[in-house]
Structure formats: structure tokens, C-alpha cells
Design a protein around this ligand. Structure first.
Ligand code: ATP
Ligand code: MG
Length: 258
């Protein structure tokens, strides 16, 4: 099982939308996919069609009470896609974890590689606190959604510094699979400029696929279905299918054969 954290401490940049739709695309290609909601907002859980009332155990139980991951996973309406949901009590986990010795490794211990999945995506909250640290410690690699706006690069350098620290202290094998430009608006010259800057700064690290600003992507969560199912032909869905495809080409060969 390859573990991919989806993180950016900036809020509202498209982490959850990316997690949901890439997970759906991977599941559609036959990968046994696990989506882990590590954000107390629970947007990934809601967006995939699992209402708060349906959630019993959650990532809180995994992190704080060390419940086995299997006991917290539930099926979603989407074939091949399972979910470890988040509930609001996860907002307290950050504080509760501080006192615990292995606080950075809780998720890593729970996400054993022998779980029956080919890939696991971890949707992180908008901060670099203990929840995101747990995701980066548990992950093989990181996918960064980046919104093309003025402060994007500044926030990114802070994130990359955190990644270096995690590599030094907690997870030497943490890679970066790529940066995905999100909410791209071709008509906006600033967006274009920022995208050019990011590409010239970071080169190959940036996925070729950009995710356009697309209203269907923002409508889908209120219907509790991934955009890919809500409207599989819209520009946003097509972009996420292309992104998932590009992601697959970046995974090591032995993983693709899984
Ligand atoms: N490409 C897009 N086009 C239009 N709207 C989008 C797009 N991507 C995301 N959105 C919308 O923008 C908002 C923020 O997106 P999303 O929740 O995915 O970001 P996030 O980084 O997970 O946010 P948070 O930091 O709060 O967890 C949501 O309302 C979402 O529906
Ligand atoms: Mg989110």
C-alpha cells in the first residue's frame, strides 16, 4: 500500500477536493483505495457521501485511543473506495496528543502496509500541527495542492521546510510526488503569472495537469458525491482524471503493478 498525504497549511486551496476526486479516479481504475480524513472539519467524509450521523469510529479513535485502523474503516457508496472518517472530536486530538510520547507516530503505527489496499490518501487539515505531522510521518510521499495566488510560493517554502524537518527527524523516506496547481483561471493574468513562477521555480515537481476553477467541482460536495460522479465530463473532473493518471506514472514501478 502506498501512502500519500495531501497537505498544505493554507486553507481552502483544494486539498479535500483533490483527495476525494483523485481517490475516486484511482478506485475507478481498480485500485483498492482508502481515504483517511484527518481534518476535524470532516469535509472529505461528507463530500464522499458519509454523513456525520453515519460515522461511528473515526481517525480520533485511531490517533488517541490507538484503535486498530480496520475497526474505524467504513465502505463508501463508491466501489473500491473505503473511508476512515473524521469527527469533530478530532479537533481535541491535537491537544491530547501533545502529552503522548509517540505523538508523531500514531498514524504511522496504525497504517500498516499490510492493510488490504493498494493506495491510501490522507486528507490533512489546514495547519502544520500534530495532525499533519502524523500524516507526513506515516506517508511515503506528499501531494501538495497549490492555489495560483500571490502568497502561494511563500506558503510553499514553509511547507517544504517542514518536510525537511520531518525527513530529518521522523520519516527519512518521505518523498514529494508533486505539486498540483488548483483553481487555475486562464482569464486571470495573476493566476497565469503565479503558475509560470511556480513552474520555473520548481520545474518537474509541478504536475503538468492543472485543475481549473470549475463550479461543478464546488457543487458536488453539497450532493455528497465526488465531482467525478456528479458530472464526470465537466472540465474539473476531466482534469482530476488526468491528474490521477499522471500521479500513477510517477509512482514507482513495483507499486503500479500492485
Ligand atoms: N478547482 C476548483 N474550482 C472551483 N471550486 C473549487 C475548486 N477546488 C475546490 N473548490 C472549492 O473551494 C473550496 C475549498 O476547497 P477544498 O475544501 O477542497 O480546500 P481545502 O484545502 O481542503 O480546504 P481546508 O483547508 O478548509 O481543508 C470548497 O468550497 C471547494 O468546493
Ligand atoms: Mg479540506
Amino acid at each position: 500500500m502506498i501512502r500519500i498525504a495531501i497537505a498544505n497549511q493554507k486553507g481552502g486551496v483544494g486539498k479535500t477536493t483533490t483527495a476525494i476526486n483523485v481517490a475516486t479516479a484511482l478506485a475507478a481504475t481498480g485500485w483498492r483505495t482508502l481515504l483517511i480524513d484527518l481534518d476535524p472539519q470532516g469535509n472529505a467524509s461528507t463530500g464522499i457521501g458519509v454523513s456525520a450521523a453515519q460515522r461511528e469510529r473515526s481517525t480520533y479513535d485511531v490517533l488517541v485511543d490507538q484503535a486498530p485502523m480496520e475497526s474505524c474503516i467504513m465502505h463508501t457508496p463508491i466501489p473500491m473506495l473505503d473511508l476512515c472518517p473524521a469527527t469533530v472530536d478530532l479537533s481535541g486530538a491535537e491537544v491530547e496528543l501533545v502529552a503522548m510520547e509517540d505523538r508523531a507516530h500514531r498514524l504511522s503505527k496504525a497504517l500498516r502496509t499490510d492493510l488490504p489496499y493498494d493506495v491510501c490518501l490522507i486528507d490533512c487539515p489546514p495547519s502544520l500541527g500534530l495532525l499533519t505531522l502524523n500524516a507526513l510521518t506515516a506517508a511515503d510521499t506528499l501531494l501538495v495542492p497549490l492555489q495560483c495566488e500571490f502568497f502561494a510560493l511563500e506558503g510553499l517554502s514553509q511547507l517544504l521546510t517542514t518536510v525537511e524537518r520531518v525527513q530529518q527527524r521522523f520519516n527519512a523516506n518521505l518523498g514529494i510526488i508533486g505539486i498540483a496547481l488548483t483553481m487555475f483561471d486562464r482569464r486571470n493574468r495573476l493566476t497565469d503569472q503565479v503558475a509560470d513562477d511556480v513552474r520555473s521555480c520548481l520545474g518537474q515537481l509541478v504536475f503538468e495537469t492543472t485543475i481549473p476553477r470549475n463550479v461543478r467541482l464546488s457543487e458536488a460536495p453539497s450532493h455528497g458525491v465526488p465531482a467525478l460522479i456528479y458530472d464526470h465530463a465537466c472540465a474539473g473532473s476531466r482534469a482530476y482524471i488526468a491528474l490521477a493518471r499522471e500521479l500513477l506514472t510517477r509512482l514507482p514501478e513495483e507499486r503500479k503493478a500492485a
